[in-house]
Design a protein around this ligand. Structure first.
Ligand code: ADP
Ligand code: ZN
Ligand code: ZN
Length: 815
């Protein structure tokens, strides 16, 4: 519950034996609600303001949450100005929360005949109810049994692994099912019958080819037992094989198809070739270890392709050998599957993966695996900092500059890198931050700040060199009439050369802040969202206009709704358009596209990467997704379609971001022996930042930018807090934002307050929003003092009848 204080309950004597800090308990909250709580403290002071109700039940024999976690939650709530209940909600997978909002489903792995636990009558009644529906609510269960306290029965069924608990539809567990194909058992056992089949289909080339392929992979003639496991359908049907021939074979009883639940957490450890660190890498590793003697955190600034991953692996091994746990954070795991499989090769079954696309119940598996010791090492996205580690020795934050480490909505609005440093402090562990383009905050901490150790790795591994940069002048080519479907001559030539040598090309287009939209060429009309102050984004695939803030959508109108003209044009260069242009210029090339549209499907991203890695594609066009951690040896040309798009962002971090973005994309080129080339198309080739990126002198760039930051009071010299005031009524929102300012003026710490101003997007989901920015001193106690007062002010303001429905959203260290 998003409430400021912890709540006190009475311990009935029947439960007193089971009470432990960190255990989950069932409590009543308000008149009717039943919730899961965590025991934070055991004491004997009765609350003054209310009569403590008795605990209803204890869910755990051993606590689900350890004392370090509770300490971490308390810190997070204070630092990020939110309630501890909100932190708990973010931290605890819903499969570990039983409440009156819970829904239950049958555990797909449950088999009543094989279960070692006897079920009582009431439990069987609940399980029987799943015959008619795939999920039951808490209330449904109460009704089925005609009783009021259902949780002891649900608790028992969970313990017996018969049911799973979830809250939101998307958290429901859906097992991964594979369609498998095998030769019909009657035929497989009988050589003669199999030969007869061959005769029957002789001349039907497509069917023959499928059968042969099957027998090649599953040599049934030699060993009929192999047939039992069959082949999964996807690997049986190769490119060019026809699905309908397979259907015919199934219909005629040659093959049979069946479904099988497969394990999503892949346990197999693949043994990998042993890697020996290079001399430079070895030195970096020992420098890191040296720094760990005097600093709690160290920044590894290693250029792209310098082999940071190999250094991490070495360090992880050592820490695991010493008996401590390791957590490695990655920006968004779906985007870095190459790293995960590299780590899997080394660490196999002792490595848990905490994926943002996993269902909640799969997360419960990882959670329990950390407690049981099955996973001493976890690789995960930002929310994996909430896992129940009890003896961390090391946290690695890879690509620490990544902005996706910051949680934007809902609270807690934490930055996983900063929280990780704090978490490792609680564990007396070490933190290693790694990046080719460190964030200014971390670089500052590692240099003048004197808080972190700094290790530099300025060379690529092996024979690989950094790629060469070329600026391609869009405006110049246009004047000289050299522009063809938005490409400069230089871009065309370099791509052609790579294609001629059978090398691969990546083309990058920045997505941030730009999306394709539809505009009337006659009157200038553009589609606007009816609930937000934003233009609707054009989706060619579905012929729709969609709002990326609230999800509102409509069909593309056949003519301009304002003037009736049929001249509706697509504006804003999206990846689709680039793909089209490239296929006009290079009709022979096989081109793939990677963006939100083509990777919406859970495995879409992986599939595209596999195709590209296997050399089935020559050119891959993509947005931010293609920049992260990709390591393909055959990529020699990287094209940045519109460099200026990366520069134009109205934000104090725009320079830092542009430098990072261009360097990271460029870092995908020439990662082996062949030299890489990077072509940046721009209308402003004289822009200083291009020269700085080309020189690759991060320190010089940082120094110059830092000067500006200092002059205008921006991080890392101050701490920022952003407060957004929201209401469905414009006047109320404005008035509340003004009132907030008056109150804040009374807080006696040194600060700068900017605003309130109408937010850049003035209305989202029919809520008007105003923003204020507060700049605070980094040192001293002013931060915690300010945050505490701010919390009190918000409670006071929300207590006024006119502002009861106003929301004040506090974002500490906004992105
Ligand atoms: P980074 O993460 O710094 O961009 P990687 O760790 O991905 O760099 O290394 C770049 C490439 O060089 C990878 O293909 C990696 O396997 C290879 N590599 C790095 N160090 C070594 C080493 N010591 N021995 C063999 N290959 C290495
Ligand atoms: Zn019009
Ligand atoms: Zn909208």
């Amino acid at each position: 519950m998003p409430i400021p204080r912890m709540f006190t309950y009475r311990i009935p004597s029947s439960l007193s034996e089971q009470i432990k800090i960190g255990s989950r308990v069932i409590v009543q909250f308000g008149k009717k609600k039943v919730l899961t709580g965590i025991i934070g403290k055991v004491h004997s002071k009765a609350p003054q303001a209310y009569d403590a109700k008795p605990l209803l039940d204890v869910l755990d024999d051993t606590p689900s949450v350890n004392p370090l976690q509770i300490r971490f939650w308390v810190w997070m709530a204070e630092y990020y100005c939110c309630h501890i209940g909100e932190v708990m909600l973010a931290a605890l997978p819903s499969g570990l929360r039983l409440s009156s909002e819970s829904k239950v489903q049958l555990n797909p792995n449950f088999n009543p005949e094989e279960s070692p636990y006897p079920l009582d009558e009431r439990e069987i009644k609940i399980l029987d109810a799943f015959e008619n529906s795939s999920e039951l609510s808490y209330e449904d269960c109460e009704k089925i049994l005609g009783i009021k306290t259902i949780h002891p029965i649900l608790k028992s069924l969970v313990t017996k692994e018969a049911i799973l608990i979830f809250e939101r539809v998307q958290d429901k567990y859906s097992p991964k099912v594979e369609t498998r194909i095998r030769i019909h058992p009657n035929i497989a056992k009988d050589k003669k019958a199999l030969e007869a089949v061959f005769e029957n289909i002789s001349g039907k080339a497509k069917q023959e080819s499928i059968l042969l392929k099957y027998l090649r992979d599953v040599p049934v003639f030699n060993n009929p037992q192999l047939n039992e496991k069959g082949l999964d359908k996807a690997s049986l049907l190769e490119e060019g094989d026809s699905e309908s021939s397979l259907k015919t074979l199934i219909k005629n009883g040659v093959f049979e198809s069946y479904k099988q639940v497969v394990n999503r957490i892949d346990e197999t450890a693949v043994t990998a070739g042993k890697i020996v660190l290079s001399e430079k890498q070895g030195i970096a590793l020992s420098e890191i270890k040296n720094h760990f003697n005097s600093f709690q955190a160290t920044l590894l600034h290693g250029i792209t392709g310098s082999g940071k991953t190999e250094i991490y692996i070495q360090l992880i091994k050592e820490v695991l050998d010493s008996g401590s746990q390791v957590l490695m954070l990655l920006p968004e795991i779906a985007l870095t599957t190459q790293i995960v499989s590299r780590l899997k090769q080394v660490f196999g079954g002792q490595m848990g993966v905490y994926h943002s696309k996993y269902s909640d119940n799969e997360r419960v598996e990882v959670w329990n695996g950390v407690i049981s010791g099955r996973f001493p090492f976890v690789v995960g996205v930002r929310s994996s900092i909430f896992l129940p580690f009890d003896s961390l020795g090391l946290i690695i934050v890879d690509e620490e500059h990544e902005s996706s480490y910051k949680q934007f909505d809902p609270a807690p609005r934490f930055h996983a890198r900063d929280a990780a440093v704090m978490l490792s402090y609680f564990h007396q562990a070490k933190t290693l931050l790694g990046s080719a383009t460190p964030s200014f905050e971390s670089y500052h901490n590692a240099t003048e700040g004197g808080k972190y150790g700094l290790v530099e790795l300025p060379e690529r591994y092996g024979k690989a060199n950094l790629p060469e940069f070329h600026l391609a002048d869009l405006a110049g080519d246009k004047r000289k009439n050299l522009l063809k479907v938005d490409t400069t001559r230089l871009m065309r030539e370099r791509i052609q050369e790579a294609l001629d040598r059978q090398e691969q090309v990546l083309i990058f287009q920045n997505r941030r802040g730009y999306s394709p939209y539809i505009q009337c060429e006659d009157c200038g009309w553009t589609g606007q969202c009816i609930q937000c102050d934003v233009s609707l984004t054009y989706h060619q695939f579905s012929e729709e206009l969609r709002c990326h803030y609230c999800g509102y959508k409509e069909k593309v109108p056949p003519a301009c709704p304002a003037c009736g003209s049929s001249q509706l044009a697509t504006m804003g260069m999206g990846t689709e358009r680039i793909e089209e242009s490239l296929s006009l210029l290079f009709p022979e090339a096989r081109i793939g596209r990677m963006d939100l549209d083509t990777t919406r499907n859970k495995y879409g991203y992986q599939k595209l990467l596999d195709e590209f890695g296997a050399g089935h594609l020559d050119i891959l066009v993509g947005t931010q997704m293609i920049t992260k951690g990709l390591d393909f040896g055959n990529v020699t040309v990287v094209g940045i379609w519109d460099g200026d798009r990366i520069l134009n962002f109205p934000d104090f971090r725009s320079g830092e971001r542009a430098y990072q973005q261009i360097t990271q994309v460029a870092g995908r080129a020439g990662r082996r022996e062949t030299k890489g080339n990077v072509i940046v198309q721009t209308r402003r080739p004289d822009e200083a930042i291009y020269q700085q990126v080309i020189k690759g002198d991060y320190f010089e760039f940082y120094r110059q930018e830092l000067h500006e930051r200092k002059k205008f009071y921006y991080p890392p010299f101050v701490k920022l807090i952003k407060i957004t005031t929201r209401n469905s009524d414009y006047k109320t929102a404005e008035k509340a934002a003004m009132a907030l300012h008056q109150y804040m003026a009374g807080i006696a710490v040194k600060k700068i307050v900017l605003g309130p101003e109408k937010a850049m997007i003035g209305r989202i989901k029919n809520q008007y929003q105003f923003e204020s920015i507060i700049k605070l001193d980094r040192s001293g106690s002013s931060q915690s003092e300010f945050k505490q007062k701010l919390g009190e002010i918000i409670i006071q303001l929300n207590g006024k009848p006119e502002f009861r429905s106003v929301r004040f959203v506090v974002d500490v260290d906004p992105n």
